[in-house]
Write a protein that binds this ligand. Sequence first.
Ligand SMILES: Nc1ncnc2c1ncn2[C@@H]1O[C@H](COP(=O)(O)OP(=O)(O)O)[C@@H](O)[C@H]1O
Ligand SMILES: [Mg+2]
Length: 340
Amino acid sequence: MSRARPAPPGDGPALRAEGLTKRFGTKQALAGVDLDAPAGTVLGLLGPNGAGKTTTVRVLTTLLRPDTGRAWVAGHDVRTAPEAVRARLGLSGQYAAVDEKLTGRENLYLVARLYGTGRGPARRRAAELLDRFRLSEAADRPSGTYSGGMRRRLDLAGALVARPAVVVLDEPTTGLDPRGRADTWECVRELVATGTTVLLTTQYLEEADQLADSVAVIDHGRVIAQGTASALKSRVGGERLTLTLPDPASRPGALDLLAPLTPHRPHLDPRTGVLTLPTDHGPATLEQALAALRHAGVPLGEVSLAPPTLDDVFLALTGQETSTAPAPGPVPTKEPAWQP
Ligand SMILES: Nc1ncnc2c1ncn2[C@@H]1O[C@H](COP(=O)(O)OP(=O)(O)O)[C@@H](O)[C@H]1O
Ligand SMILES: [Mg+2]
């Protein structure tokens, strides 16, 4: 990973970005983004609101020029060969680009025609995609009457009309209910099964976990970690034991009691008294923690055991909550295998 590589040839990785920067006024939206996705894989770009996900997507899809840095899609440079890039790309945005007055079928037919497809083939392609995305029954209703999940599926289908080699999905499930999210995940899985390369941005660790072969964590316009979702999760511990300690006087003692229970570092929020302990053996750690606290007579409020969230990953990577994180410093060096 550390060796400098030459610019990829025509059959290089499906997606690559090197040192992308972009400033809007005084806002440094991208501060040096490096990405790499081999053909036929899903790369998850995971980060909180404002991290630089959409800006990265806009650069990769030729909609925005970076200040510095380079990027390639299917081996074509986004700066010098934008037409070639656009011919190989399908884009589905954070806000579904669907004409609500038109039916689902009309929307897809129109996109196919815009790509220069003849009338007959455009009709067939629309029908095929409606079927694949389980929209056949609703195909002839105005898409304005669709549910959020159906609209996202239609938008996704629109991105596939021209059979692109690379599909970019910007927060495809933000704002969807769990059913809509599960539907969209299914569609992305089918897409990948056909050999398409996918760049997917998301604010949810679980979504990256479900869909991505590799995850790049982005914060303040910089990739602060890259690896598989399970590597990210194990970095922060398999689960989080969360205990509320209502009595401020007993908190330091409780921290001393609980810290030895796992190899991961506990975190105590002094304002709320919420103590978070990452653990690889959730139920056992829970029992031990309750026994230790009972034995020491430490008063206890709420207790929960849950998988790590994006916030937990950020906390582990930066030592900061996502909402207050400053520009990240060096990543802790415990597991160098998946550092950028
Ligand atoms: N056109 C723009 N003008 C000014 N600031 C922008 C513009 N686009 C994005 N930004 C800022 O750049 C940062 C990154 O934005 P964005 O890439 O949209 O983040 P994300 O998609 O991860 O939520 C944010 O602080 C955002 O406010
Ligand atoms: Mg965005």
